[in-house]
Design a protein around this ligand. Structure first.
Ligand SMILES: O=C(O)[C@H](CS(=O)(=O)O)OP(=O)(O)O
Length: 229
């Protein structure tokens, strides 16, 4: 198995084989919480105009996501797992658009298959890859706004690679590095209304969910299928 670690929008375009589109803070942690809370369907969406179009077409749709970390003003929710932690999404369709993560789903056009990746479902991702035994795995770290690298996504890729290669990564050490590094933006007092501190813990809640989210397509675009592992 060839395991490649790729970065940002450019990396997503180069992804081949089974691609894990990684966004720890916060898109694909958010998506796992939404799926766990009963969402009927989750659409990861690149363009805000597509969100607005689908909102008109789909009954019981909820618009979620961010630009520059902040909730899009007319959306119901931003990109914060904390803000949806206790929401019951049973029967609801989530329209989710973010600066990095959901863009990666659309940009990875050369991948034969794509799943999302974040620490909340790390073991499920690893088990899924092991079961599929692909020739190539592309670990795509979406980073900050898709243009600069973010440690949380690179750490996740290194975590997955190490486990697949039979070594044991030090997750607690990663958490402590993130607390004083790229994760600091979630701990900033100025950002608490849209990036609450609790997001840091919820996004780093290792193996909380025993499922993967696999990107599939229907007539409206990509959606994330929840597959229990
Ligand atoms: O929700 C977020 O804070 C991030 C902002 S950015 O893309 O890293 O600039 O969105 P996400 O797409 O989840 O990374």
């Amino acid at each position: 198995m060839q395991i490649n670690i790729l970065q940002g929008f450019d990396g997503a375009k180069k992804a081949e084989g089974l691609a894990v589109i990684i966004d720890v803070f916060r898109a694909f942690s958010f998506a796992c919480y939404a799926a766990n809370n009963g969402a009927k369907r989750i659409y990861p969406i690149d363009k805000l105009t597509l969100v607005d179009q689908l909102y008109k077409e789909i009954p019981n749709a909820i618009r979620c996501g961010e630009r520059h970390e902040k909730k899009v003003p007319h959306f119901e929710f931003g990109n914060s797992p904390t803000h949806i932690e206790k929401e019951d999404f049973t029967g609801k369709t989530i329209l989710h658009s973010t600066s990095s993560g959901t863009q990666g789903i659309y940009l990875s056009t050369n991948a034969s298959e794509k799943i999302t990746g974040s620490f909340v479902n790390a073991d499920a991702v690893i088990q899924y890859i092991k079961t599929k035994e692909p020739t190539t795995v592309s670990l795509v770290c979406m980073g900050y706004e898709g243009t600069s690298e973010a440690d949380e996504d690179t750490f996740f890729a290194e975590y997955i690679k190490a486990k697949l290669e039979g070594t044991e990564p030090d997750f607690e050490e990663m958490v402590e590095k993130l607390r004083v590094g790229s994760g600091k933006r979630l701990l900033d007092p100025i950002k608490q209304s849209y990036s609450p501190k609790r997001d840091f813990d919820l996004c780093l809640s290792l193996n909380r969910f025993p499922f993967i989210l696999k990107a599939k397509k229907d007539s409206k675009g990509y959606y994330l299928e929840k597959i229990e592992i």
